[in-house]
Design a protein around this ligand. Sequence first.
Ligand SMILES: Nc1ncnc2c1ncn2[C@@H]1O[C@H](COP(=O)(O)OP(=O)(O)O)[C@@H](O)[C@H]1O
Ligand SMILES: [Mg+2]
Length: 247
Amino acid sequence: MHLKIEGLTKSFDGKEVLRGVDLEVPAGQLCVIVGASGTGKSVLLKHLVGLLKPDAGRILVDDKDIVPLSENQLMEVRRRFGMIFQSAGLLQSLTLGQNVGLVLEEIHGRPAEEVRRVVAEKLAMVGLEGREDQSPSTLSGGQRKRAAIARALTTDMDCLLYDEPTAGLDPIIASTVDEVIRDVNRRTGATTIVVTHDLASIFAVAEMVHMLHEGRCIFSGTPEEMRASTNERVREFLAREIALAGK
Ligand SMILES: Nc1ncnc2c1ncn2[C@@H]1O[C@H](COP(=O)(O)OP(=O)(O)O)[C@@H](O)[C@H]1O
Ligand SMILES: [Mg+2]
């Protein structure tokens, strides 16, 4: 899926959060969006799946603007996205396998045998093979994140959105989640957007990095270009994150 965002503008209660974001993600690319807390990264992701309507701007999904679409039409667009939001959102009353298979079974009404096969395949993809019967409460934070990724993979999607997938995880666990994100991108070819603060993640996974600041995209480049950037905001971001990582 090719994504292009043009002049995206959004205010809440008179407060401008997005002030004309321009950003493009070619099909299959894995890009990272960074920016200080409260700059509108999650708001941007919600626009991509039509959970929020912009005040102005266009969101082109394979060259088709989704902004004017009705709620029914947006449901079709949403099917093409897999979302891994901040909380993994696993239901404690179900097993891991039931959680991963939930969408296939309940929303798509697939036969039990197919659900079992797909769940086993997706769990293996995120390094949780054979754990169908485990309770989510027995999983570590990193395993829960990977389970949420497996669930997103059960439907045919061609874009994956991750909102701070490694937040709150220790660095070693975070790197295993990064590995899964990169591996899934390579194996599925799904266009992938990862919102993160985590410098280690940026350099581990990103093909391109976009930085949001005061409601605009003020930098787009490869991780190497980011490292070499003389943009003051980029330098500040890197310095702050390096200081935080050192603590
Ligand atoms: N549904 C909403 N109603 C009102 N304000 C919102 C809503 N969603 C987000 N905001 C505000 O928009 C700003 C950006 O939020 P968010 O996208 O969550 O930031 P972040 O970059 O940390 O993900 C914040 O000031 C937040 O309070
Ligand atoms: Mg957020």
